[in-house]
Design a protein around this ligand. Structure first.
Ligand code: XIL
Length: 469
């Protein structure tokens, strides 16, 4: 975060965000995402948090506007239900959350039965495999049996494939035997024949070894007749490094080709690595959400998008990655962020609202002073600039980069030979030199071929909406 720019961020971001929110495409925040999703073929859900529901008075009223289903964020995990050493299972939280969901007509996704995290802490690490399996079997029989008929879908296996595409070597998994996935799937199907069964994993939206490994695994399960209805692509994203809409579509299509239903099951976006202004980072996060949700709307096999945390107050990133900044669709007060509006637009098959107008206020008069972009720009977005010199003729557009009080350096962005605006694409990470955190002053200037300053009459800056270059 560039602290020096905070004042400017406040003013500019308010102007620009105000314009964005007032755009006709960005209306209806009152109606919630459930309303926005009507007719999209995609259901929206959120991770249902016990703490959120019991400690935040606004949680329930916001949730029922944005979600028609919930994933139990922690309540159905092994360590939650069997938190007492050797004691009876404790279904208190899960009972309350499933009741809440039913009272509000929310479908429930249970999550996850097999995972090498959230194993009861009291289990001795050297517990012999037979005893370990017996305890796990008891957990599955108990939780699946108790809620049979009330759970729309179960994440049966979570995160079993490693980055190299091979099955996890975690001792946890090996103690269940290599056939545990199919075995548990069959047991769940027998205990609750109506529940859909899912495999769930992260970073499989990318064309990588991990995705290939999961595709191979699930193809094998299909061939062997293992009960399996769908795959959850978690989608914990990083702004500026998130898949394009086309990449998301390709991933969804690959899983759909196995005959599987697809959920984007744990969507959030962290922005911690990004350099630049808060407003720009906000737009970069929104772009990541927009691309993911648009791809789901595009693809018939993709039926559901689930956001991991209702508001920034309830994001697991607060503990997992405290630099994550603003990973959900709503701020800590529950107000929609640009990300929320981007998702609403994606569900309505509308353009992303930020693309509909310049994020800069109009120039009051032609100026040779640098047009201040420091409150708006950030890494992670492909920006499109249209800058109109006050006088016709050849001109060069440059980004002026400076530390406060020091002499600036310049990066050429584009040139024009004739009248009309100079068009340029800008991605901060792709400048010939890397920006330094101390370089907090970013401005646009124009020069003649001879190097003389040229006045700019108008500057339009907006994120590219065609997937970037
Ligand atoms: C997270 C929960 O959100 C946290 O509250 C908990 O402390 C840790 O687990 N992938 C998953 C989820 O499949 O179960 C994880 O949920 C987030 C990563």
């Amino acid at each position: 975060m560039r602290r020096g720019n905070l004042a400017a961020v406040g003013v500019l971001a308010t102007v620009a965000l105000g314009a964005l929110l007032a755009s006709p495409d960005a209306t209806c925040s009152g109606g919630g995402l459930v309303e926005a999703a009507e007719g999209s073929g995609v259901a929206t859900g959120v991770a249902l948090s016990w703490h959120g529901l019991t400690e935040d008075k606004d949680y329930a009223s916001i949730l029922i506007k944005d979600a028609s289903l919930v994933t139990l964020e922690n309540a159905s995990k092994w360590s939650t239900i069997h938190h007492q050493a050797g004691g009876a299972p404790d279904y208190q939280r899960m009972d309350a959350l499933v009741d809440f969901a039913e009272d509000h007509d929310l479908a429930v996704k249970g999550h996850p039965l097999v995972w090498d995290e959230h194993v009861p802490a009291w289990l001795p690490p050297d517990l012999d495999p037979a005893r370990f399996q017996a305890l796990h079997d008891a957990y599955v029989a108990g939780v699946v049996g108790r809620y049979a008929g009330r759970i729309a879908a179960w994440d049966v296996v979570n995160e079993w494939i490693e980055d190299d595409g091979q099955p996890s070597g975690a001792p946890w998994f090996s103690r269940l035997g290599t056939d545990f996935g199919p075995r548990v799937s069959r047991r769940v199907q027998a205990l609750d024949p109506k529940a859909k069964l899912f495999y769930n994993d992260y970073a499989i939206e990318w064309d990588n070894q991990r995705q290939r490994g999961v595709l191979d695994l699930l193809q094998g399960w299909r061939a062997a007749g293992v009960p399996l209805d769908g795959v959850g692509i978690q989608g914990h994203m990083v702004a500026g490094l998130s898949p394009s809409r086309a990449q998301w579509r390709q991933a969804i299509q690959r899983f759909a080709a196995l005959g599987l239903e697809v959920h984007l099951s744990e969507l959030d976006v962290r922005a911690s690595h990004l350099l630049g202004a808060e407003f720009g980072r906000e737009l970069a996060r929104a772009q990541a959400f927009y691309d993911a949700v648009s791809a789901c709307v595009d693809e018939p096999a993709c039926t559901t998008v689930i956001f991991w945390g209702l508001t920034d107050r309830h994001s697991f990133m607060n503990r997992h990655d405290p630099q994550a900044e603003a990973p959900t669709l709503r701020d800590r007060q529950g107000q929609p962020r640009a990300s929320w509006y981007a998702v609403a637009a994606a569900l309505r098959r509308q353009p992303w609202p930020a693309c509909a107008a310049s994020v800069l206020p109009a120039l009051a008069q032609p100026t040779t002073a640098p047009v201040d972009l420091s409150a708006v720009l950030a890494e992670g977005l492909d920006w499109r600039i249209s800058a109109t010199p006050a006088q016709a003729g050849p001109a060069e557009l440059l980004l002026r980069i400076a530390r406060p009080g020091r002499s600036p350096r310049f990066a050429s962005l584009g040139q024009s030979t004739g009248p009309g605006p100079i068009l340029a694409d800008l991605r901060l990470e792709r400048l010939p030199t890397r920006l330094d955190a101390g370089e907090t002053e970013l401005g646009l200037v124009a020069r003649s071929p001879g190097g003389d300053p040229l006045a700019l009459a108008a500057v339009d800056l907006r994120p590219r909406c065609d997937g970037g270059g």
